[in-house]
Design a protein around this ligand. Structure first.
Ligand code: ASP
Length: 590
């Protein structure tokens, strides 16, 4: 082939009229009208219409006749204005076409498994199995280009703020972030395993001890968790750590970083400072520590008002020192019984027994629950909720944790279902002052709410001995439209406090030495005060692109069942490999 590409297909414009261009790409569409052959040629920048007419050599026409969708071809020709009335306003090159004089087929292609059309609905399994075909379509290309712009901005911004990028190991030791580890068996040390990092947490802290002062990394992390729509077993974090700072130093820089990313990726201006909520406020108002603050529908605590109501769910909850919480849906009385039953089912799936409900119609409460309320009680409950004519009230009566969580999650769902969460609106909010510890009822012990390296508030350190549940952490999460997109903390930099933390978590000296001995030792070698944060890049990209699935912002994602349909990973390995690793399977794989 003696052709050399001179432009991208999607780049040709009216300014190029009269110029000779050489384009290469994939055949999107092929129309043979006898004397005239039209090809839509596609590359990453878009489409160009190619016409094989009188100007084309006979051999070029012969080649054009053989072209089929997804063939890889090269064409040479002159850019011309499309005949009046045949312009295509939907594509950037729609005013012009290329009148081909030469053409070559660079490679043939099978009939594609699905047509490479942007808006065609294709099953996700098929899209993932033939990911390279799906990646030819605009929506995924757009997301990956956006992601690329985000990487560039992150690096430029953090560099300009004095952060340096350092890579940390992928074959390493377990870093507790609350998930299961992915393990890699050692061939040399049988019975020993590397763990893939759940985060570079310990390494970034070591880098602070080494004096790097400001570190960042765009890094893959691995967590073996049950997957939800917004999770992947391997995901990308923007990981950051800084020395000699406190919370009020780090949050403004991170706000500026997030603003830069939104600006570069989508031209969106976020206003700073971001709003803030304490953990307690978040739970009280929204039931969750990752509230969607695009809409109100705030929770009201009716526990005290509910005393004396002889309704089983309520009396049971009160007997168990639980809570009665409610939300008022403005104008919700028009919702059908079927819809309300669905809300109840959703509340059940979030752990509650269901919802108690009433509508305000004709000035009185309507529902089978109304008969349990005397008029005075009904009126104070209505007032507390701000319920007016034509509103619908939903209540849950449960143990405290279940009450907040179930109604909080139902509220979040309703925001979407009832269209209260305006699409395109972005409401970032910092959630601060988390508890340091959370009591695990099943295991009957405390667990770190973030990770065991998070510092307690100085004024709460005394509670380690007396009331550990009251210790607040120097931790902060960034929540965007109901999703946690970042989280971090000021770290423990003193050995004695780290020891207290391990003790309260039931990690004894021997276990602490075995798992984190290197960190404990490092803390005794001049650890500066330090802290940091990590952002979930995939989730940020999801918010920016409006993608419904996290898989749509990742080039080669896993399914919700943790498989790569393209490569068929995970897959069995041969017995020799197992033997080398000193491993034996208890059962043959299916
Ligand atoms: N290592 C934490 C995480 O992965 C983030 C941090 O505390 O900086 O969530």
């Amino acid at each position: 082939m003696n052709m050399k590409r001179s432009k991208y297909c999607g780049e040709i414009r009216a300014e190029d009229i009269g110029q000779e261009v050489c384009l290469m790409g994939w055949v999107q569409r092929h129309r043979d009208h006898g004397g005239l052959i039209f090809i839509d040629l596609r590359d990453r920048e878009g489409l160009a219409q190619i016409v094989f007419g009188d100007d084309a050599s006979t051999s070029a026409v012969e080649v054009a006749k053989q072209m089929r969708p997804e063939f890889v071809v090269a064409i040479k020709g002159k850019v011309s204005r499309r005949p009046s009335g045949t312009e295509n306003p939907h594509i950037a090159s729609g005013e012009v076409e290329v009148r081909a004089d030469e053409a070559a087929i660079l490679n043939e292609a099978k009939t594609p498994i699905f047509p490479i059309e942007d808006h065609l609905e294709v099953s996700e399994d098929l899209r993932l199995t033939y990911r390279y075909l799906d990646l030819r379509r605009r929506p995924l290309q757009r997301n990956l280009f956006m992601r690329h712009r985000a990487y560039r901005t992150i690096r430029e911004f953090l560099n300009s703020e004095g952060f340096i990028e350092v890579e940390t190991p992928v074959l390493t030791k377990s870093t507790p972030e609350g998930a299961r580890d992915y393990l890699v068996p050692s061939r040399i040390y049988h019975g020993c395993f590397f763990a893939l990092p759940q985060s570079p947490q310990l390494f970034k802290q070591l880098l602070m001890i080494s004096g790097f002062d400001r570190y960042f990394q765009i890094v893959k992390c691995f967590r073996d968790e049950d997957l939800r729509a917004d999770r992947q077993p391997e995901f990308t974090q923007i990981d950051i750590e800084m020395s000699f700072i406190d919370r009020e130093d780090i949050l403004p820089i991170m706000e500026r970083l997030v603003c830069e990313i939104f600006r570069a990726a989508r031209g969106i201006e976020l206003s700073v400072p971001f709003s803030r909520l304490s953990y307690d406020e978040a739970i009280r108002q929204y039931g969750l520590d990752c509230p969607d603050t695009r809409f109100g529908l705030c929770l009201q605590d009716l526990t005290e008002l509910a005393r004396g109501i002889d309704f089983k769910w309520i009396t049971d909850a009160l007997d168990a020192s639980g809570r009665v919480l409610g939300i008022n849906i403005l104008g919700g009385s028009s919702l059908s019984r079927k819809q309300i039953d669905e809300f109840s089912e959703q509340a059940k799936s979030f752990g509650a027994q269901g919802v108690i409900w009433f509508k305000v119609e004709g000035g009185i409460l309507q529902s089978s629950f109304a008969k349990y309320l005397d008029p005075d009680k009904a009126s104070v409950i209505k007032d507390r909720l701000g319920a007016r004519e034509k509103d619908l009230v939903l209540l849950v009566a449960e143990k405290e944790k279940v009450a907040y969580e179930s109604l909080g999650r139902l509220r979040q769902r309703l925001g979407q279902q009832l269209g209260l969460a305006e699409e395109g609106k972005l409401c970032p909010v910092w959630v601060l002052d988390f508890p340091l510890l959370e009591y695990d009822e099943k295991e009957k012990r405390f667990q770190a709410m973030h990770h065991p390296f998070t510092a307690p508030m100085d004024e709460d350190v005394g509670f380690f001995e007396t009331a550990p549940e009251r210790i607040r952490a120097k931790a902060y999460d960034l929540v965007l439209n109901g999703q946690e997109v970042g989280g971090g903390s000021i770290r423990i930099h003193r050995r004695d406090i780290q020891k207290k933390m391990f003790e309260i978590l039931g990690i004894d000296e021997e276990e602490a030495q075995m798992k984190f001995g290197f960190l404990l030792e490092a803390l005794e070698h001049g650890a500066p005060p330090h802290g940091g944060i990590a952002f979930g890049l995939d989730r940020l990209m999801m918010a920016l692109s409006g993608a419904k699935s996290i898989r749509d912002v990742i080039a080669f994602p896993k399914t919700q069942r943790t498989q790569c349909l393209l490569t068929k990973a995970p897959s069995p390995v041969d017995s020799v490999q197992l033997m080398e690793l000193g491993l034996k399977l208890e059962q043959d794989p299916d």
